[in-house]
Design a protein around this ligand. Structure first.
Ligand SMILES: [Zn+2]
Length: 405
């Protein structure tokens, strides 16, 4: 089952009854957390047994389903705490400050046509919440194959999860093999026994964003060295903004790659990045983080599953050092071009993607694909996604510009 979240803004300010409900919900969650810590239980069932009666007495009006859902939320918070505890991280009893409430699909109704949520508060009292529905939302709401999941109510928005049975991936007519680099995807599109084109999707902004935020964090730490708490808080905020900006860009890149693959009924071949360790960038004198690339793979895999596009991941060992023609393995991987004693030469990244393609073909029998270098047109380059001109290096006195060079 695949799950996705839709975020809706509300047409009108939240009614007071809904605010009271959220406050009660938070109270129930915190109450259950306290009891759970005290009695060392984490399951929803155990928490319900423990906390239901007393809370019910104090809040006789609250809709029973919402109360059970509060125990579920408390349970997952307790489970996370227990997991961290086992790793040796001890922390105080968790306390939920955020105002919100969550409920399962049996406990609310969504009028998909008019975009209205009907939410029971207590016996005899329901509230209606008008949602602002965009074309993006419409695509999902009108899809009959989707079913509704949980609903999360926040003071200014509503999050509805939608679920779908994973569609069966199509039978591929071609293969799109991509080597993942710090600033781009580089690869080839192969059909039957021919490599039809060199493909490229660029995301140089990601390393710019990372270096800007890295510098900023470093300056913050220096400036606030007398106040470690503030430094920590500000750095966390920087980190969050960095993640958001990179995330946004990664989604654009993933969409470009997936649309390209879908149009050509391609199977996507990626390298398996588990086990890849970050390398040191000599120019910037810091480690190049691997997470944007892992994140990009995650997004692609998830979206591909949703759209029924086949993706396989292969072991990248030697992919950047091997000659795809004669099979010789080189010692180093220096230089922009791969040059082999047998006469084969090619852009190093593209070369790596051919090796990934060969691995995929041998391991998973990707449509009986084999490789003949003679049939390779490397003059055709298809750009799936160029650098995003709209991304600024954020102009408030940062020294991040050097990363563009
Ligand atoms: Zn060779």
């Amino acid at each position: 089952m695949l799950v996705r979240s839709l975020v809706f803004r509300l047409k009108d300010p939240l009614p007071n009854d809904a605010k009271f409900l959220m406050e009660d919900f938070r109270l129930a969650v915190n109450n259950a957390i306290r009891l759970g810590v005290h009695s060392n239980v984490t399951s929803r069932f155990a928490l319900t047994k423990l906390a239901y009666k007393d809370f019910r007495k104090e809040h006789p009006g609250m809709y029973a389903q919402h109360l059970v859902s509060a125990f579920e939320v408390a349970g997952s918070i307790l489970k996370n705490r227990r997991r961290r505890h086992r790793k040796g991280i001890t922390e105080a009893v968790p306390y939920v400050r955020k105002l919100f409430m969550k409920t399962e699909n049996q406990a609310y109704k969504l009028d998909k046509v008019n975009g209205i949520i009907d939410l029971p508060i207590r016996a005899g009292l329901h509230i209606q919440l008008g949602l602002i529905v965009s074309d993006y939302h419409r695509r999902y709401l009108d899809d009959e194959s989707l079913s509704l999941g949980s609903l999360t109510l926040l003071p200014d928005r509503v999050i509805v999860t939608i679920r779908k049975q994973a569609p069966k991936p199509y039978a591929p007519a071609s293969v799109l093999s991509l080597d993942t680099n710090e600033r781009s995807f580089d690869g080839v599109l192969a059909k039957e026994d021919r490599i039809e084109a060199v493909v490229r999707a660029e995301f140089p902004e990601v390393s710019v964003i990372q270096s800007v935020h890295h510098d900023r964090r470093r300056r913050l730490q220096k400036k606030k060295s007398h106040d470690r708490r503030t430094a920590k808080r500000l750095c966390a905020r920087e980190g969050l903004r960095e993640h958001h900006r990179i995330d946004h860009r990664m989604h654009e890149v993933a969409n470009a790659v997936l649309s390209f693959a879908e149009e050509r009924r391609s199977m996507i071949v990626l390298e398996d990045l588990t086990g890849v360790k970050p390398r040191k960038d000599k120019k910037l004198n810091r480690r190049i983080s691997i997470w944007p690339r892992r994140k990009l793979h995650q997004i692609i895999e998830y979206k591909a599953a949703w759209r029924g596009i086949p993706v396989i991941k292969v072991d990248p060992r030697y992919s950047s050092r091997k000659c795809p023609v004669c099979g010789r393995i080189q010692d180093s991987r220096k230089g922009a071009e791969f040059v082999c004693g047998c006469g084969w030469r090619l852009d190093r990244h593209i070369n790596a993607s051919i090796n990934l393609l060969k691995t995929a073909a041998s391991e998973k029998a990707a449509g009986g694909l084999w490789f003949s270098p003679g049939a390779f047109q490397h003059d055709v380059v298809m750009v799936l996604c160029g650098p995003n001109k709209a991304v600024r290096p954020e102009p408030n006195g940062t020294s991040g510009m050097r990363a563009i060079a």
